[in-house]
Every structure is written in C-alpha cells, then in structure tokens.
Write a protein that binds this ligand. Structure first.
Ligand code: DSN
Length: 450
C-alpha cells in the first residue's frame, strides 16, 4: 500500500502532520456525530484524482469547455446510479454541498419575498430552512411548524393550521436533528390542501431511504435534496432528485448551473459515482439496517442508564440526549458534555433540544448517531459499552482523571476496529502519538452547527 503522505511530508510538513493527526483522531476516538461517516478507499481514490484539474461547466454532452469526454463518462454514471438508487426520474449530481442543492431549489421554485414553511430550527430544522442569518431567512418570508411539547414528534395538525394561515409557496420537510420517521405522504396532502410545493431535504436519512428503511419522499415531494456524505457514505457534496416533469418545469439543471454554481467539482462527482455504485450493492442495504439496529441498541443502553432521549428513542440513525432531565446527571449543558466526552475519546456535538432555553452554542442536549461506528464494524455489544462510557462520564462531568481513563480504554477498544479508508495511512500514524489539540479558538457569534 502506498504511503498516503510521503510527498506531502517532504513538501509541506505542517499540512501533512495535520492530516496524520486527524487520521489518528479518527482511529482513536469513537465517532458519534450523526452526520459523519468514513468513505471507502475507492471513494477516496476518485476524490483525490486528477479530475480536480478539469473544468466542465454545463452538463454531459453540452459543456462550455473542450476535453470533457471523461467528465461526461463519470457524471453520466453518477446521474444514472443516483436515479436507480432512489427510484427517481431526474438527478443533478453537481451541487457542491447540501446547502447549494437547497439554494438551487429556492432559486427554481421561488421569488424573493415568497413565504416558506419549515421545521423550527431549535426542533430539528436546518439553517437553510429559514435561519435569519442564512440566505433562506434573508430573502424569503419564513414561517415555522414544530413538534408537540409532550410527544416531541412533528405536530402535523399544527403544520396544517399554520399552512392554512400562511399559504406558503413551499413547505420543507426534513431535518438535521429529528430522531423519528417523517410522514412525507401526509406532508404532501397538507401541501396540496394549501396549494404549496413540497420539498424534502433528506440529508440525514438518505441512506435509510435508499435502502427502504425509511419511507421515500420521491413519490410525494416535488423536490428532494440530500447531502452525499452522511448515511449515504459518499464524498462531501449535494444531490437533487425529482420527477422528469418537475425537473423540466422548474428547470432544475439551470438552477444549479448557472443559477447558483459555476464549474462542478468533477473529482467529487467521480467520487459520488463510486459511492452510488457501492450503495447499489446488496451488502450496502445490510449496512443501513445495522445503522438502525445500532441506533436502537445505543438508545436502549442510554435510556437504561437514566438518560432521557427526546421523543423517548429513535426510528433512524440518530438520537438527542436531553441533559436537563436525565436521572443521575446534574443539569449540564450540551457544550460541557461535548467537551467532557471528547476528553474521554467520544466525539459528539452539542445540539438544541425542543424548546431549549439555552443558546445554540451552549444547548441542553447532545446529538449522537451511528453511521460512522457502524461503518467501523461496531455492533450491539459495542453500543452497550459506549452507552456505559457515556453515562459514566456524564454522571461525573468534572472528573478529568475518569475522562482520561475512559479515553485510554476507548483507544484500546478502537484498535480492534480498523477505520475504513485508512489503510494507506496506517503505517504513517502507527506511532503512539495522540494528536495534540490546538488551543480552542474564541467562538464567533454563530447559530447551531446543524
Ligand atoms: N451540519 C449538518 C449536520 O451536522 O447535521 C447538517 O448540514
């Protein structure tokens, strides 16, 4: 196996060492950030390829540059595989990210000032669904629906009531921090009742949707967008799906290019083609099932140890832990819990819980998910151990010695589960040096990272 950093170490040791340290961190920490995953060697090879050298503005067969014949090959592969994977008639694989896929939908479907209706951001919604600091909140008239205070499930009756009042042009379904099944059929019925378009942002659950483990929005939503790197386990990027008729009526290709982007990142498009090819293999569906099984096992382990989960559990790959009402845990913030768990070798992110009184940089909850640990080969037994380590650390939040002990145990435990895609780094990071964390930067005023 070639050494991944041999040239870089000579030319730019500072960057090489940062990459090596990140490889060590990925190896030695348990990754529970619900939106992260580990891509395969093949995806890494495609993304790190000489495709990065090429401009290919336009679409297969209609480019603004010469020499695009091989760009056409991979983009067509990516499009056809994405269509097959999701059972969609149309796919655009060029969005650089989920946010840019979403921006293209706004451009295609709306005019500035039009009203939109999305899930409240502190109840699971995403920045691009109308946050005041995001373009969506700046250019559109934003209204929101929420979850029921008791059940913490999306309140579809409230959604219908608000939709009748507001008469939005576009209703958004989808979330960054919602642990339960989304009823796309019901949302379409509501959209039809008020004459709105329905857009499904399935960034988190795309893998489960493709594997048939979560109802698909494709038959219901006018537009579907997703990222390609979460449960889908591809390169960092975005994707748009729809029917052929909607793609034509709203000219979705034009909305992406030249609407919101210039040249596509063709090395990423190549990596998307590879990832979609992997997702079409039978074993990939089994991987998605294990993600859900692991999430249920982790949820059960946490609940048994007194931790309160928003809505009581999970139907998908993620759960939200409410640190303000968990047994045996003094009330702590998500920020403090994130830091303590990181010291103990477990990476999570602080996250607002529904009706959270704390600010997005502090929060009363943490979000955890199982896509990455499942890629690493963890199963039910490992989920039980993770639940125990988390509970122990959270119950004794200021105990730095305990955190260090757990980190050492976690590191030893992780050694038995090689990280996918890391084979080429293995020798380069084989020394025992743990990455030294850079000094924490002063946070700038920003909304929630979701
Ligand atoms: N930032 C992503 C997440 O963590 O869920 C959403 O875009």
């Amino acid at each position: 196996m070639a050494q991944a950093l041999s040239v870089l170490r000579q030319q730019d040791p500072a960057v090489a060492e940062a990459i090596a340290n990140e490889a060590r961190r990925q190896r030695d920490w348990i990754e529970l950030i619900a939106s992260e995953n580990y891509v395969s060697e093949a995806v890494l090879e495609a993304q790190g390829s000489i495709f990065t050298n090429k401009y290919a503005e336009g679409y297969p067969g209609r480019r603004y540059y010469g020499g695009c014949q091989y760009m056409d090959v991979v983009e067509t592969l990516a499009i056809e595989r994405a269509k097959q994977l999701f059972g969609a008639e149309f796919a655009n694989v060029q969005p650089h990210s989920g946010a840019q896929a979403n921006m293209a939908i706004y451009l295609a479907a709306l005019k500035p000032g039009d009203s939109i209706l999305g899930l409240k951001l502190d109840q699971g919604g995403h920045l691009t669904h109308g946050h005041p600091l995001n373009f969506s909140g700046i250019y559109f008239d934003v209204h929101a629906y929420g979850v029921d205070r008791e059940t913490e499930l999306v309140d579809y009756d409230d959604l219908l009531r608000v939709a009748k009042q507001v008469r939005p042009k576009l209703i958004t379904s989808g979330a960054s921090a919602y642990p339960r099944t989304i009823d796309f059929a019901r949302m379409r019925a509501i959209a039809d009742e008020v004459g709105a378009l329905l857009w499904a942002d399935i960034a988190h659950i795309a893998g489960l949707v493709a594997a048939g483990l979560h109802p698909s929005p494709i038959p219901h939503a006018h537009f579907t967008t997703t990222t390609t790197h979460k449960t889908l386990r591809g390169p960092r990027g975005g994707l748009i799906l729809s029917s052929a008729a909607i793609a034509e009526e709203y000219n979705l290709n034009r909305a992406v290019f030249p609407g919101v982007q210039g040249g596509p990142l063709m090395h990423v498009v190549a990596a998307k083609a590879v990832a979609f090819g992997e997702a079409l293999q039978p074993e990939w569906r089994a991987y998605q099932s294990r993600i859900v099984d692991n999430a249920k096992a982790l949820a059960q382990g946490l609940v048994q140890r007194g931790l309160r989960l928003v809505s009581g559990g999970t139907d998908n790959h993620l759960m939200l832990i409410d640190l303000s009402r968990s047994e045996g845990i003094e009330e702590i913030s998500g920020k403090k819990a994130e830091k303590a768990l990181d010291e103990a070798g477990i990476t999570v992110n602080k996250n607002a819980i529904p009706f959270d009184p704390r600010k997005p940089m502090v929060t009363s909850g943490i979000r955890v998910g199982t896509p990455a640990v499942t890629s690493r080969g963890f199963g039910g037994v490992e989920m039980e151990r993770i639940a125990e380590w988390m509970a122990v650390v959270l119950r004794d939040i200021d105990n730095a010695d305990l955190q260090a002990q757990v980190a050492a145990t976690v590191r030893e435990f992780c050694a038995a589960f090689p990280v996918p895609g890391h084979a080429r780094y293995r020798d380069e990071v084989a020394d025992d040096t743990l990455p030294t964390a850079p000094p924490a930067a002063e946070p700038i005023a920003m909304p929630s990272p979701t």
